[in-house]
Design a protein around this ligand. Structure first.
Ligand code: NDP
Ligand code: GUE
Length: 285
């Protein structure tokens, strides 16, 4: 028996098409949407993401400015740049890539991203509102986890979900969104005792750690749904998830692939958020 493959490609394509249509209308009205991607890392999985944002934005008619401050950037200079972009009326969305240089903390710096432009939901105001169930942009990856499960009609209400990873970009916001869908959520991390015992009790496992092969068949209950958020570069230039896909596919009921799963949906949602931010800016006048 082999697990059902929960592709993100079709969903991502339809989100991108919707964003492109609305971007064209904004451009026709003289206000083309613009996303600024601030980079202060040499991390390879971030580089994958930045390339895929740039490619997808161009195809959707969204201007994408990549602001590379270098992996040695001082926290103060990152903060200043975020503040300047927040003040720039031609910019509608801002994302600060993680990881950040030593001593720089996303939760701290992202306070300099204007709330209305915080398309990856990193400002503590956005995160707090998300946790409180109030309108705000959710981090695109966390939203992508729920969107891909919805797309494949996996029912979350009442189900036990184990989220592995508690970052501000993925684990914590994903836990909030899953809770809002009436899942019973357990959040695991590097200090979790007996990870396999916790994850193998779950109906749905969300892996967002950044370690290739961390989730093995032993971590997964037979028939469970597994969402692999991890994007770990391989030596031959490819990308693998956090899940040992071959072993887990023989036991799980369904599994998102890497590449072609959560990643493309994340990129597409970031574009949708940028267009939404541009529409809201136009409405404010
Ligand atoms: N596909 C996509 O769209 C996206 C993919 N990613 C990928 O997802 C992965 C995670 O990203 P991100 O959340 O930013 O990473 P972080 O490094 O910020 O967080 C990793 C989390 O994993 C936990 N962890 C580390 N080791 C273990 C372990 N052995 N057992 C259990 N938990 C552990 C850490 O725990 P602790 O808190 O205790 O340190 C931490 O909470 C990366 O591969 C990243 O590239 C990220 C965003 C989008
Ligand atoms: N503030 C912040 N938010 C993030 O969401 C964030 C980040 N920082 N730092 C880096 C990680 C990594 N990440 C990826 C997203 C999509 C793909 C992706 O689309 N991958 C394609 C493969 C690459 C391609 O073919 O373009 C796929 O999975 O199919 C990869 C990696 C987001 N991250």
């Amino acid at each position: 028996m082999s697990a059902r493959v929960l592709s993100g490609k079709e969903l991502a394509a339809s989100i991108r098409a919707g964003a492109a249509e609305r971007a064209a209308a904004l451009a026709a009205a003289g206000a083309p949407p613009k996303l600024a991607v601030v980079v202060a890392t040499a991390d390879e999985s971030s580089a994958w993401y930045v390339r895929s944002i740039a490619r997808a934005a161009e195809k959707a008619g969204i201007t994408c400015d990549i602001v590379d401050l270098g992996a040695q950037a001082a926290p103060g200079s990152i903060r200043d740049r975020l503040a300047a972009l927040s003040d720039d009326d031609t910019v509608h969305g801002i994302i600060l890539q993680t990881p950040l240089p030593q001593g720089a903390k996303l939760e701290d710096l992202a306070g300099a991203i204007a709330f209305e432009k915080d398309v990856d939901g990193a400002n503590p105001l956005s995160l707090g509102r998300l946790a409180a169930g109030l309108p705000a942009f959710a981090p695109a990856t966390a939203e992508a986890v729920v969107a891909i499960l919805d797309h494949h009609e996996i029912d979350l209400a009442g189900s036990r979900v184990a989220v592995v990873g508690r970052s501000t970009v993925v684990g914590k916001p994903a836990a909030h969104l899953l809770l809002d869908r009436n899942a019973t959520v357990t959040v695991c991390h590097s200090r979790t005792r007996d990870l396999a015992a916790v994850t193998s009790a779950a109906d749905v496992v969300v892996a967002a750690v950044g370690r290739a092969g961390l989730i093995t068949a032993e971590h997964v209950r037979a028939g469970a749904v597994v969402v692999d958020v991890g994007t770990n570069p391989t030596e031959d230039g490819g990308l693998v998830g956090d899940v040992d896909a071959v072993a887990v596919a023989g036991k799980a009921g369904a599994l998102t692939p890497v590449p072609g799963g959560v990643g493309p949906v994340t990129t597409a949602l970031l574009l949708r958020h940028t267009v939404n931010a541009a529409v809201q800016a136009a409405d404010r006048g």
